[in-house]
Design a protein around this ligand. Sequence first.
Ligand code: ADP
Ligand code: MG
Length: 255
Amino acid sequence: MTALLEARGVVKRFGGLTAVDGVDISVGTGEMVGLIGPNGSGKTTLFDCLSRVQTIDAGSIRFDGVDIAGRRAHDVARLGMSRTFQLIRVYRDLSVAENMHLSIQWGSIGVPQLFARTDAATRRRADELLDFLLLGPLRHERAGNLSGGQRRLLEIGMSLMSEPRLVLLDEATSGVNPSLVADIADRLREVNTQRQVAFLLVEHNVQFVADLCERVVVLDQGAVLAEGTPGEVTQDPTVIEAYFGDPGDAGEDAP
Ligand code: ADP
Ligand code: MG
């Protein structure tokens, strides 16, 4: 499998804290990779580094053979990598469809785009994706009225508008009703197989990752602690220790 995303030795520091400490991670073309780890282990920060929302202090990041370590977030989006955020970012006062129309260049929506007329191809793509994501009947609904799970689906839809080859999803199941989690898993699997979109999934929900991914990377304290199949990593004593080891730390993130 050719590596679509290949990061080596990524380091990110915040003052004296090393949030990401020399991480190697790769995602192959069309692959689904899970990224798990206790709260505060650096998952979101690593995403921010990979998607170029954050600068890095050391390391290299290549996407589709291109060195992107010095690129800006919108450049990377244009190259075919998109992402969602742990805290959902939708325009609550706009409709579901309008959110889709505006999402094409996330990170670089300017006033002109807000007032530009949406072209027919964009509207068609948005409608098609909304139907696919089970949100078709809600396209004229105000986004602020959606449930947590529906908003996650909308955000996934927004991340797919630019026809990316890789999507980084940060906590796609958090705040989602369990009945919708299965729908989200099912839709992601479809996007992956039908459209060959690769995913890197950051998750609290280890079962969700195990259902979707053949390979899982476990972060702990900013470094890769383990990597393997879901079965391998969840039975790895060092991983169990990282999640459950410190009794004062086995909070909501425990699998
Ligand atoms: P996770 O997503 O795995 O829960 P994060 O990447 O959010 O972990 O956080 C990793 C560490 O970096 C934590 O100790 C967190 O407090 C710290 N951190 C994250 N973002 C910032 C920031 N912007 N400034 C300072 N510290 C940060
Ligand atoms: Mg996080």
